[in-house]
Ligand binder design. Sequence first.
Ligand SMILES: [Mg+2]
Length: 264
Amino acid sequence: MPLRIGFDMDGVLADFASAFLEIETRLLGPDAHISADRPEVEEERESAGSRQQAAGSENEAGSRQQAAGSETEDTKEDTKTDGNTEAEGPSPRELRRQRDAIWNAIRTTPGFWEGLKPIEEGAVRRIHEMMLRHRWEVFFITQRPATDGDTVQRQTQHWLVEQGFDLPSVLVLGGSRGAAAGALRLDYHVDDSPQNCLDVIAESSVKPILIAPDADDKIVASARKLGIGSARSISVCLDILEEATTVRAEPRLLARIAALVGWK
Ligand SMILES: [Mg+2]
């Protein structure tokens, strides 16, 4: 059986954070300091919003509750990202307004997802080459919000073809990454979100690899404790997958790689 490998898009292959920052600077000036949401977080917010609307629960009390809820979220995020106290930076409500303005600009940019830069030049081409050589089955899995222009799936396919991967299987999925990875019977899943990697560990026997460029030893150690492998970059991750594929028929060597990477 060929190995089946899932790759997340943003933060793994596509440089969403820089595009977000560019729009932020254009709209709010160079001093703004909103950290880029992961696209899946925004997509979930959006879907939850439309579900609420569909259920007709858009009464005043509901919106007040929602506003209060997102304030708490924003406050948490502020403290997490730059340690700013509320007195110094913009209020949570203002931050939410700014974040919404940026996302609004993203949604109204036709083909936004096609215009992203790659995180590492040549990484997608290398996955393609390895897919052919090792007869992998590769899935690109993403939960990006829709924008003007083509569907997210087609934009993502165009981007991958442009980067050197012909005939990419792109799955645009909401909900748990773990359930998806299990249903797809993946062997490995590569993601930059610790939450997605946790979902994968919790709900499937798939081995996750967390791409964590800035991770300190503590983060790597706690990922390892949970059985989540980690790599500092996509190219290091591809080296690991190359090795794991080469020794897959030799359990002792495979176990040694698993121990090095952090899989249980
Ligand atoms: Mg991601």
